[in-house]
Design a protein. Structure first.
Length: 213
């Protein structure tokens, strides 16, 4: 014991330091991708969760009847509110869901480290680091769609419906504005190429662009 610090408290300090490293690794990876929750946010979430997890185990060890799961559950609840703060809805788009899930996962990693479960924590960190390669794979092979606005003249609407139906396009909304039919669809780069070819073949004048709504 050193200045009233017993061996178990030293273990908690060790685990908090490990959580610091894990949080920085995840935060760096997210910040490099331009996400809202970067190094400082992920580090604080992971460190604080590890501290709470360590305290829970400590109380259970030294005060017998304490239930370590209760304090850990409060951590998860609190982080849920933090995650909700980064989710934004912009028209038909919902942004920040992955960031919120990452924050929640970082908290779980911190709790694992705080409880001394290093192996599951390390594996989870490695899995989180796969987020960016997965996103790149999705975009490269057209597995992830974005919202696009497709504008055509009213006289071409029936032809457009036929083309979209054949492609199996996900049409989220349709409206008429300034003499144009505006369809909001979920599509990918690969699917857009096929769509453009179909519109050209049908001799339909169109305008296709990423949706800002």
């Amino acid at each position: 014991m050193f200045f009233g610090v017993d061996e178990f408290q030293l273990k908690i300090i060790e685990r908090v330091l490990v959580a610091f490293v894990a949080g920085v690794i995840i935060g760096f990876d997210r910040e490099r991708s331009g996400k809202a929750a970067g190094i400082r946010t992920q580090m604080l979430v992971c460190v604080s969760s590890a501290l709470m997890g360590g305290i829970s185990v400590y109380l259970s060890k030294w005060y017998g009847g304490a239930d370590p799961a209760r304090l850990m559950a409060q951590v998860i609840t609190g982080v849920g509110f933090l995650g909700a703060g980064v989710i934004l809805k912009n028209g038909s788009k919902v942004l920040g869901v992955t960031t919120a899930a990452t924050i929640w996962t970082t908290a779980a990693i911190g709790l694992c480290i705080g409880a001394g479960l290093y192996a599951p924590a390390i594996v989870t960190v490695l899995l989180v680091l796969l987020l960016n390669p997965i996103a790149i794979f999705q975009y490269k092979y057209g597995l992830k769609g974005d919202y696009y606005q497709l504008r055509v003249k009213p006289k071409d609407e029936s032809k457009l419906e036929t083309i979209l139906s054949k492609l199996g396009s996900d049409v989220r909304s349709r409206s008429v504005k300034n003499g144009q039919v505006i369809a909001t669809i979920i599509s990918s780069h690969q699917r857009n190429a096929i769509l453009r070819a179909g519109l050209k073949k049908a001799k339909i004048g169109y305008d296709l662009e990423l949706s800002d709504d």
